[in-house]
Each structure stands twice: as structure tokens, then as C-alpha cells.
Design a protein around this ligand. Structure first.
Ligand code: HEM
Length: 269
């Protein structure tokens, strides 16, 4: 446990604005504002006090790094919330894209939505590296307060597992409507440039999710070791198997299909 003296950090000098002073009460209570009506519009809009109250106060932390541990997990849940929202829109746009009217514009918007999901996943992956700075002994202490909780229970992650495959169903309907097979797009992207771009953006989304799982797997290994069962008693093989899963197996299989026709040639030096 880490206790620190209460210090009054000047949160906002409101006297100039004819208000009283508001204070951040330090790491102990995370956050407290003397008078809530003194909050700025920025704070009210973003609900900063509520947000900063969502992490354990310093005296309740099992280790100094628990703040980082909680923040990374909470931010990951927020990014997944944003990604899922985008997934819903992409599916709608793809559905609209199979109609005649305004199809091109809808498909272009679907493609940029997929790109946004990919960028979110990339951020999710990058943030995991922050926890690589945490010594195993820090997690040893933090873990004591986690009960039998596990990432398998992450609502955002499980929602993504359910929602993202629906993108492929919508994409398959457009391909059918346009009488194009994925393998045709790979053999000749000019067969339908827009559908090719969407298929490639879907591969980006799938690959970034796999990368998240693989970086997470390395994080788990370097923190608790490969032989330590999870808090639910599962072996690491469960994570290893899950890291192999794909959202859009058709798109990956089509690559194999393409290269089945490959005939090696002579080296042209
Ligand atoms: C030091 C940090 C971490 C450790 C030691 C750790 C450990 C683990 C372990 C042991 C599992 C397997 C759970 C089980 O079988 O019951 C797991 C699963 C999972 N964790 Fe973590 N984790 C860490 C950080 C994170 C972070 C930051 C996230 C962010 C969302 C996360 C999300 C997940 C998810 C989504 C799963 C399920 C993965 C799948 O099914 O592929 N974990 N974690």
C-alpha cells in the first residue's frame, strides 16, 4: 500500500473568474472538486471527474503500477466500444452498397470505416506495449486483487468477436450481387476495384486483430510465464489457439487458392 500526504494541487484558479478555488485532492481520492458547478465546459462535456474517479485511489492499489494496469484496460474497452460502433456503420453501408443508387459512395465510406477500425486496433495493440514495462512482481501483487477475473470476460472483445464477422456476410452479399468471387478480385483487382479495396481493408482489420492477440500472448508469457494457468485455470494453449483465429477465413483461403497456380520460374539475375 502506498500512502502519500494529502497535497492540495491547484486545480483551477477560478478567482479571476469570480469563483472559489477548486482543488484536486491528490492521489488518495483520485479526484474531487469542491463545487461541481465550477467545472469548465470541457470537464462537463467529457465528464472528466467521473472518468478520473474510475481508477482505484492510491491507498487501495496493490502496487504503484496498478493505475497503469487499470488505465490500459479501460482505454482498451473504450477503443473497442468505438470500433464496434464503426462496425455497425460499415455493415449498413455495405448493405446500401449492394443497391444501385449511390452504391459507389456507400462502398467508399464503408472502406474508410474499415480503415478507421484498423487504426483503432493498431492503437489497441500499441497500448499493450505499455504493460511490458511492468515487472512481473508488480503483476504478482496486482493479480491478488483480480479474483477469478479474466480477459475472456471482456465485453468489448466478445462484442467484437460477434460483430466483426457480420462484415463478411454483408460483403459476401455484395459479391453475389455483382457476380464476383473473392478469387477473381485477387487474380485481377481491376475486375472490381472498389470491392478489391474493401476486401483488402477487411484483411487489414483481421490482421490487426490477430496482431493484438499475438502481442497480448507475448505480454502474458513475459509476465506470468508460459506454464502458469490463468485465473480461470486455463492453460496458455487456449490463448495460442485463439491467436490463430480469423474473422474472414474466405479472404485468407483465397490467397492460397491464388498461389496454388504458381509455377516457380528461373532466377532472373
Ligand atoms: C500484464 C498484463 C496481462 C496479463 C498478465 C494478461 C493475462 C491474460 C491471461 C492469462 C488470459 C487467459 C485468460 C483465461 O484463459 O481465462 C488473458 C486473456 C485475455 N486478455 Fe489479458 N492479460 C493482460 C493484459 C491485457 C490487456 C491490457 C487486455 C486489453 C483488453 C487484455 C485482454 C484480454 C483478452 C481480450 C483476453 C481473451 C483473449 C482471447 O480469447 O484471445 N489483457 N489475459
Amino acid at each position: 500500500m502506498h500512502k502519500e500526504k494529502w497535497s492540495h494541487l491547484l486545480y483551477r484558479d477560478l478567482t479571476r473568474e469570480r469563483h472559489a478555488l477548486a482543488f484536486l485532492l491528490p492521489q488518495t481520492t483520485s479526484f474531487a472538486v469542491m463545487e461541481t458547478d465550477l467545472l469548465t465546459e470541457y470537464e462537463r462535456y467529457l465528464r472528466v471527474p467521473e472518468l478520473l474517479a474510475l481508477q482505484k485511489p492510491i491507498e487501495a492499489r496493490h502496487h504503484t503500477d496498478e493505475l497503469l494496469f487499470q488505465v490500459v484496460h479501460q482505454v482498451e474497452e473504450l477503443w473497442m466500444k468505438a470500433a464496434i460502433d464503426e462496425v455497425g456503420r460499415v455493415i449498413e453501408l455495405l448493405e446500401r452498397g449492394s443497391g444501385e443508387k449511390g452504391a459507389g459512395e456507400s462502398l467508399e465510406l464503408a472502406r474508410s470505416g474499415l480503415h478507421r477500425i484498423y487504426l483503432i486496433e493498431k492503437l489497441m495493440c500499441d497500448q499493450l506495449h505499455l504493460l511490458e514495462t511492468m515487472a512481473p512482481i508488480a503483476y504478482f501483487h496486482i493479480r491478488a486483487g483480480l479474483g477469478k477475473g479474466s480477459g475472456l470476460e471482456s465485453p468489448g472483445f466478445n462484442h467484437m468477436l460477434r460483430a466483426v464477422p457480420q462484415i463478411d456476410e454483408a460483403f459476401a452479399r455484395i459479391c453475389a450481387a455483382r457476380k464476383v468471387e473473392v478469387i477473381d478480385l485477387l487474380r485481377n483487382p481491376d475486375a472490381d476495384r472498389m470491392l478489391f479495396a474493401i476486401a483488402e481493408a477487411m484483411v487489414d482489420v483481421d490482421a490487426a486483430f490477430q496482431r493484438f492477440r499475438s502481442v497480448h500472448l507475448s505480454l502474458v508469457k513475459r509476465t506470468i510465464g508460459a506454464g502458469t494457468p490463468s485465473l480461470k485455470g486455463n492453460p496458455i494453449e487456449l490463448l495460442e489457439r485463439n491467436a490463430q483465429r480469423e474473422f474472414f477465413p474466405r479472404l485468407w483461403q483465397a490467397r492460397e487458392m491464388l498461389f496454388r497456380d504458381f509455377v516457380p520460374g528461373e532466377l532472373e539475375a
